[in-house]
Design a protein around this ligand. Structure first.
Ligand code: HEM
Length: 513
């Protein structure tokens, strides 16, 4: 590996049966690899490649990570005398130096009023843990569609990641968060935002939802409305990752019109008898508990239903990976103890609606995290990709697309941060009354921006944006799945409308032009 060669020496190995090349000052012996090369043998034997410096050719066609895979790393036999490698991978946990690849508060030399040193230390630790432990699992699960392994869930639960993803609150009391970096009473919505944005950086949208999102949206109704006995049993099981949970509201019969739910619960002594179906239930395939909206005699009611007799789940094939556990859930005369009622009978709409703000804000955070990675990918690609002898960035049409992408991500991030700041300074009830409209408008804005960015990025990457592996894999995943942000937790048009209706409702009676 430490052997040194001159360009002249390498140039002698330029044919079938004896083939070397140089990439970024490193010398690779491809003699035996030629016939195994996924891109074919002839491209490696071409005059411009065999025995030459093929750095530009290589980076025009492969991601850096190819060279870091153990099976290819060992093709390196040495390096060029007196030359140093220039292209270096980002260390796990490190920040990117590409402009706009990080939120302003993380960019070198910039400032923010919202984040403290504690947030910075937290972000660093979260990114490192996510890149070292979660990312390999995310890539595996996105591909094979399986549920996140218990081993990784246990590692998350050691750091209390699941509990932190539910936001600040009394459920954090007494817990050691991220190895003690942040005290439970210090943990705020900016810490939680960091978890959400960091989670979305792997280009694995199905996994983002598969990583126990069901608990994030299904558990709050238990601690806000469940009996102490129910809380004592369910909360520790879910926060430790031993049991999975799903929020089961949506039906084929009712989506945005939550009032139209048809799943029915009829009282029979100390039990409810529940019959009906639920569709598009995230994490439903793996869930042990379902926080379920049902129709009762006097309106809607929310019940906690445990998987058991009469409960069946069937995976639904969606545009993203089955690792999200999206399911069709059937309740067939399921007996549910009346003690599992969350809140008052007939008061289900309030239980459901009060839960939505946090869920929508979380979706915005993951969307912003993913969108920013797309901006970085496009900036890198258009700088390194040569067309007509010049980088793509020399084309005005590409620069115009980059300008729109950067403007969109910065607008999304800044609006999200000011809303997050409000959340840090409001009670739960204040948030329900003051932020439902703004969060609805924000979510619509962010998901629309995300899809526009996905379209622009696809044009920047061309055909590579259509393949699930290789250079454009992040763009492909984002383009295929950014629509989920526009639908999950409330369809974007409905949410935009909610924001305006709330504003109209709050118009002072005395205002006139
Ligand atoms: C150490 C040297 C090399 C290794 C380990 C390597 C490995 C790979 C791998 C794993 C792929 C599959 C796609 C991907 O995962 O990105 C690939 C595709 C390809 N490689 Fe290489 N490669 C090397 C050098 C080169 C060079 C110097 C060329 C020069 C022209 C080249 C041309 C191609 C082409 C044309 C493809 C197909 C690209 C596509 O489908 O978009 N490779 N290579």
């Amino acid at each position: 590996m430490s052997k040194e060669f001159t360009f002249e020496e390498v140039a002698k190995h330029n044919k079938e049966g004896d083939l070397w090349i140089i990439i970024d000052s490193k010398v690779y012996d491809l003699t035996r690899f030629v016939d195994l090369h996924p891109g074919g043998a002839n491209v490696l034997l071409a005059n411009s490649v065999a025995g030459k410096d093929a750095t530009d050719a290589f980076f025009g066609l492969h991601r850096h990570e190819v060279l870091l895979r153990p099976q290819y790393k060992r093709l390196q036999i040495g390096r060029i005398q007196g030359e140093e490698e220039i292209i270096k991978p980002r260390e796990p946990g490190a920040l990117s130096k590409v402009p706009y690849a990080e939120a302003t508060w993380l960019a070198d030399g910039y400032h923010s009023p919202y984040y403290s040193d504690n947030h910075r230390r937290f972000q660093k630790a979260v990114r490192k843990f996510f890149e070292e432990v979660i990312q390999p699992e995310a890539l595996r699960c996105e591909e094979n569609g399986k549920r996140i392994s218990q081993e990784v869930v246990d590692k998350m639960s050691d750091l209390n990641v699941i509990a932190m993803r539910l936001g600040p609150g009394k459920h954090l009391k007494g817990r050691t968060l991220m190895g003690g970096i942040v005290k439970p009473e210090e943990f705020d919505y900016f810490h939680e935002l960091i978890l959400n944005t960091e989670l979305a950086r792997f280009g694995t949208r199905g996994f983002v939802d598969g990583m126990l999102n069901g608990a994030v949206i299904g558990l709050p109704p238990i601690w806000n409305y469940g009996s102490p006995e129910l809380q004592a049993k369910v909360i520790p099981e879910v926060l430790s990752g031993k049991k999975y949970m799903a929020l089961a509201i949506t039906e084929a019969f009712a989506g945005s019109d939550v009032g139209g739910l048809q799943t029915e619960a009829v009282r029979d002594g100390d039990y409810w008898i529940v019959t009906g179906t639920k569709k598009w239930i995230t994490n439903g395939t793996f869930a042990d508990y379902f926080t379920t909206g049902v129709k009762t005699e006097n309106g809607l009611t929310v019940l906690l239903i445990e998987r058991g007799e009469g409960v069946t789940t069937k995976p639904i094939k969606t545009a993203y990976s089955p690792t999200a556990g999206t399911a069709y859930v059937t309740f067939d005369k399921v007996r549910v103890p009346v003690a599992n009622t969350l809140g008052k009978v007939g008061n289900g709409l309030q239980v459901i609606l009060s839960n939505f703000n946090h869920e929508r804000w979380m979706v915005v955070g993951t969307s912003v995290g993913a969108q920013r990675v797309i901006v970085e990918e496009c900036l890198k690609w258009s700088s390194q990709r040569m067309v007509f002898g010049k980088p793509l960035t020399s084309q005005a049409v590409i620069r115009a697309k980059l300008a729109r992408m950067i403007q969109r991500i910065e607008a999304c991030q800044n609006w999200l941060e000011i809303i997050t700041y409000q959340m840090n300074n409001m009670s739960y009830n204040e948030m329900s009354s003051k932020l439902a409209g703004p969060i609805g408008l924000l979510k619509q804005f962010v998901s629309k921006a995300g899809r526009e960015t996905a379209e622009d990025a696809t044009q920047v990457f061309g055909g590579r944006a259509l393949t699930t592996t290789g250079m454009g894999k992040f763009i492909e995943n984002y383009h295929r799945t950014s629509g989920f942000d526009a639908i999950l937790a409330g369809a974007e048009d409905v949410l935009g409308d909610l924001g305006v209706r709330q504003a109209v409702k709050k118009m002072p009676a005395y205002t006139r032009l």
